[in-house]
Design a protein around this ligand. Sequence first.
Ligand code: PMP
Length: 465
Amino acid sequence: MDGKFLDNDIEKVVDADRAHVWHHLIQHAPWTGDDPKADPRIIVEGKGMRVWDQKGKEHLDAVSGGVWTVNVGYGRERIANAVRDQLIKLPYFAGSTGSIPGALFSEKLISKMPGMSRVYYTNSGSEANEKAFKMVRQIAHKRYGGKKYKILYRDRDYHGSTLAAMSAGGQDERNAQYGPFAPGFVRVPHCMEYRAQWDLSGEEYGVAAANAIEEVILAEGPETIGALCLEPVTAGGGVITPPEGYWPRVQEICRKYDILLHIDEVVCGVGRTGTWFGYQHYGVEPDFVTMAKGVASGYAAIACCVTNERVFEMFRDDSTDPMNYFRDISTFGGCTAGPAAALENMAIIEEEDLLGNTIKMGDYMLDQLHALADKHEVIGNVRGKGLFLGAELVTDRASKEPVDEKMAAAVVGDCMAQGVVIGMTNRSIPGFNNTLCYSPALIVTKDDVDEIISATSNALTKVFG
Ligand code: PMP
């Protein structure tokens, strides 16, 4: 790091942060006391896979900016330059107009998504999901007399922090204390073979889990169900990969009952699992795909709700009716920095074959996590896809009793002390905040993976013996 911020009286910055910033997902009480540990952590700079904090300490980032976002790594000057040039040319214009980067990025994105056709720009994953939910509701009004309005979501899945997105939230610990939620959202069972609800395995398990969705549809009445919203790989709910058989049956069920399929790619989208989108591993044909984090790797705030032509057509067919179009706007959907950054982000992934690296390094990291499980009894299950991996910690492999979340947090804390940032499922599923999460940037090397695994091994030995 260049030390610029450290010379710049970093203590003043820390004081300002401690006094005025309300950080995400943290209890602030200790920071106001005399606790010497009460320093907020400020990340000052990043390059490649590494970041530096206010004390100049270097960290190897195994979670792409904390929450699975910086897919192309830090310090990409070509993204910064493209954003700079675009901001000077035109930073913003919104309403019913377009922009050059908006049009060009849409074309590029759609070229990676056969079967999809339209990109609706917004700012965050939550909002992208809300747009899809609103489209489903409007379609229900336009086509089905308001009847087909319910949206199915899955236990353990997460779709965002706004109230309707939380109404589609399958993580009870996150939702506690924020109800009542919006009506018309209905939960279906999760599909997690490691903690199986059915005495089946592999493909048969996948089909059974999908059939459990059909049971809910039949109980509610198929004529009331507008859409099914799922994560391709459940992220914060435990890094849960679906078994063979699940997605084909899900697709079949949606077609049978004329239910729109909405896939939330906010985490998996734009390379994270080794394909452009997670659903592309499973041969699924969605109606909506929402995405955010990896779209511009965090270099600018941009999210997209992408639809197929079938959905788009449902809004276009009766243009004389002023109530017929999608009456929605995102003010910052008109920012041009987002698509300008996203274009460069995608070009980098292509030119550096980062999808190839994700498959290669993902396989290597998965092998290394399995080897770690051979050494540490506390790892009950290892799973994931591409560079999105998890290791679930249990007190006993037979009973699969989850470790206390404080123990998982101690492992994360010890890795941090060693200079390696890993993550964990955090305050999501009551009693099950016990999965260590890994999602390094798609540029990760074998040496980086070895360093991440070695830090985890040291931490597991320290915490569990
Ligand atoms: N969907 C999924 C699967 C997510 O993991 C997240 C965020 N972690 C969201 C939606 C919400 O995205 P945002 O925080 O950008 O609103």
